[in-house]
Design a protein around this ligand. Structure first.
Ligand code: CMX
Ligand code: CO
Length: 140
């Protein structure tokens, strides 16, 4: 069901500082910056590589408020890897297939993610402590 790793989401306190670090240290390039009110984040996607199934990115995430998914994560655990986003061909189908295996879905239906993607999250408690995101990239 997974086609590739679409992105790794990293929680940080200061988005601009972290972008500067990833650019100057690793030479990564920002391809998108967005504020997603529904997810409670200010974020940037940095391109890492292109593959047959599509590109892969690092997603840097700064919370818009302390009482958000990323804000709570930062106060409990500090900065670091927040989630893994896997590329899927059809997010609604992937949600149904995975839910049928007994993994709890956080989202009842797909939501809007970075760069026009349709996304849905799986509960980390059912994935060995790993918050897992399904990502369907829009077709061009
Ligand atoms: N990875 C692993 N475990 C996590 C986690 C994460 N990112 N975030 C929370 N948890 C764990 C907590 O450690 C806690 O475990 P314990 O009970 O053992 O302490 C448990 O999950 C509950 O955590 P909480 O702090 O009480 O937070 P909530 O239950 O309110 O929310 C979650 C947790 C996963 C449901 C929520 O973060 C969520 O809905 N996430 C999906 C949306 C999201 O993360 N959006 C931001 C990214 C947007 C994008 O990628 O575009
Ligand atoms: Co993500």
């Amino acid at each position: 069901v997974f086609q590739r790793i679409d992105h790794v989401g990293i929680a940080c306190h200061n988005l601009e500082e972290k972008i500067e670090f990833y650019e100057s240290t690793f030479g990564l390039v920002v391809v998108s910056r967005e504020v997603n009110e529904e997810q409670g984040v200010r974020e940037a996607m940095l391109h890492v590589a292109d593959g047959d199934g599509g590109a892969s990115y690092i997603q840097l995430l700064e919370p818009l408020h302390p009482d958000t998914a990323v804000g709570k994560y930062l106060s409990k655990r500090g900065e670091g890897v927040h989630h893994i986003g896997y590329g899927v061909a059809d997010v609604a189908k992937a949600m149904a297939d995975i839910a049928a295996k007994g993994v709890r879905l956080i989202d009842e239906r797909p939501r809007h993610g970075s760069m026009g993607a349709s996304i849905a999250f799986l509960h980390p408690k059912d994935v060995g402590g790993v918050l897992t995101e399904l990502v369907e990239t829009p077709r061009h």
